[in-house]
Design a protein around this ligand. Structure first.
Ligand SMILES: [Zn+2]
Ligand SMILES: [Zn+2]
Length: 487
């Protein structure tokens, strides 16, 4: 018996020694491979090894030679050990393959999307803030460090192998970029645009039967601002606007006191200026130019687009560069135009760009003419992206982050939507005001926040009827406290 125990003991020692050397070999290889792409190294932890070994020793008497070899196999197979990796900034918001709808349609925020909740990506991108003082870079560095630390803490209990440093590339900021100032100025059709600290509520309305019908429809719901499509949003090419249509639209706006800065056309859902497919990109840029020119003819000052998507076929940085280049190209093609391209924040779904405020900040940084670029805040998208507009604390931190990362001087419009999905769900499901996760109190805070005055604040809630939109506008007006004037 004593001899048998001695043999068993020696056998266990040999296995321990073999496992340790396998562990060392794996970590060496993992470190070499992953340091090339700058990702944290997935490791088999020493404590995990210890757990495995102590369990092996305890069970040694019962284990056969076959069982030992299986146990050793487990130790050298990294996928059996739970390891959380920090995602690099080139990664999408989710890891799984996107659906066709998400990759090929940058407007993957459509209500019929079937995507489930996504993993939030880590804050790995590097930008300076728009004022050029480097604060954003610092904040993102801090976040990246924190994020890497959290991932590391989750995955590895105690490790003696030094962690690889995350590489934060510097971004060169173009110089001579004026920022948008909200000051009274000439209007294309009604004298002067005046900013007098009011809230202008409206909705996305139909222009069926002629663009001028949009004004009539806006009046019917008691709107003082509105959104519309200036051409069929599901077709690449539409026939040019007739002069008569343009004149009737302008006349109806002037007659009903819709100042040009309170009208916010939405761009085609087909566009993807972040695509690396040359055909899609060329069509998207042509469409972008066409719609900006339509806005110019109609005397409209702002034109809202979804930034785009990398489609999972290129890096986020490449997509952001492609979007910025597209905007710069359109600016070049329309010298002297007053039309600003307005970037909408998205809900971090799939590979879409614009879920993080830093995405929008980076596009703005790379656009040369800052007098012709702006941002539209979609409240449903913001909540779905993880900005908790439902709570007082969440709203405050959203305001702080928007100002710090983008700057409220770029905010020129709001899409006011409740969200069916929870905070951070990454799903674009618009809900009627007060019927979703933002709730009445959330909207009370938004309506009474001075940041959202003198810009179009338009509903994109599910269309039930004109009367329903009218009731939603009345509901929002009822939330306004004294001192908040609804136009
Ligand atoms: Zn949109
Ligand atoms: Zn929207």
């Amino acid at each position: 018996m004593r001899r048998l125990a001695l043999v068993t003991n020696m056998f266990v020692r040999n296995i321990c020694s073999l496992s340790k050397s396998l562990f060392y070999h794996y970590n060496t290889m993992a470190s070499k491979t992953n340091s090339i792409i700058g990702e944290p190294v997935p490791r088999v932890t020493r404590s995990a090894i210890k757990r495995k070994l102590s369990s092996s020793v305890e069970q040694s008497a019962a284990l056969s030679t076959d069982n030992f070899s299986k146990e050793s196999e487990t130790l050298k197979t990294p996928k059996k050990i739970s390891v959380v990796k920090a995602e690099s900034k080139d990664k999408p918001y989710k890891k799984e393959k996107p659906t066709e709808e998400e990759t090929c349609d940058p407007d993957s925020g459509l209500a019929n999307s079937k995507s489930k909740g996504r993993k939030a990506r880590s804050e790995g991108s590097a930008h300076k803030d728009l004022k050029g003082n480097g604060k954003l870079s610092k904040v993102i560095k801090e976040k990246a460090t924190k994020s890497a630390k959290t991932a590391s803490e989750t995955s590895v209990t105690k490790s003696t192998v030094p962690k690889p440093e995350m590489v934060i590339p510097e971004i060169v900021i173009p110089i001579n970029k004026p920022s948008i100032k909200r000051e009274d100025g000439p209007s294309p059709w009604n004298g002067t645009i005046k900013y007098d600290n009011k809230i202008f509520l409206g909705a996305h309305i139909s222009a069926a039967g002629g663009l001028e019908n949009a004004i009539k429809n806006a009046m019917n719901i008691g709107a003082s601002s509105f959104a519309l499509f200036v051409k069929n949003q599901r077709q690449w090419v539409s026939k040019p606007m007739e002069d008569g249509t343009v004149e009737r639209f302008k006349a109806a706006c002037a007659e009903n006191n819709f100042s040009p800065h309170l009208i916010l056309p939405h761009g085609s859902y087909l566009m993807n200026c972040g695509s690396n497919d040359p055909t899609v990109l060329a069509k998207s840029r042509a469409n972008l130019l066409d719609e900006v020119q339509r806005c110019e003819r109609l005397g409209i000052l702002y034109y809202n687009i979804h930034p785009g998507s990398s489609c999972g076929k290129g890096s986020r940085e490449e997509a952001i560069k492609s979007i910025s280049d597209s905007i710069n190209w359109v600016h070049d093609q329309t010298p002297g135009s007053k039309v600003s391209i307005v970037l909408e924040n998205m809900c971090r779904q799939g590979f879409t760009i614009g879920g993080d405020f830093s995405d929008l900040a980076e596009i703005i940084q790379q656009v040369f003419d800052h007098s012709r670029i702006g941002v539209c805040l979609d409240t449903c998208h913001a909540l779905a992206a993880g900005y908790d507009l439902a709570t007082c604390q969440g709203f405050d931190s959203f305001l702080e982050e928007f100002e710090r990362v983008i700057g409220f001087r770029y905010l020129v419009a709001v899409h006011l939507n409740d969200s069916e999905g929870e905070v951070g769900c990454h799903r674009d499901r618009h809900a009627s005001i007060g019927k979703g996760k933002i709730g009445i109190e959330g909207f009370r805070r938004i309506i009474n926040c001075p940041r959202f005055r003198d810009i179009p604040v338009v509903l994109e809630t599910p269309f039930i009827s004109d009367d329903h939109y009218k009731q939603e506008i009345l509901l929002l007006k009822s939330l306004a406290q004294s001192g908040t004037i609804c136009a």
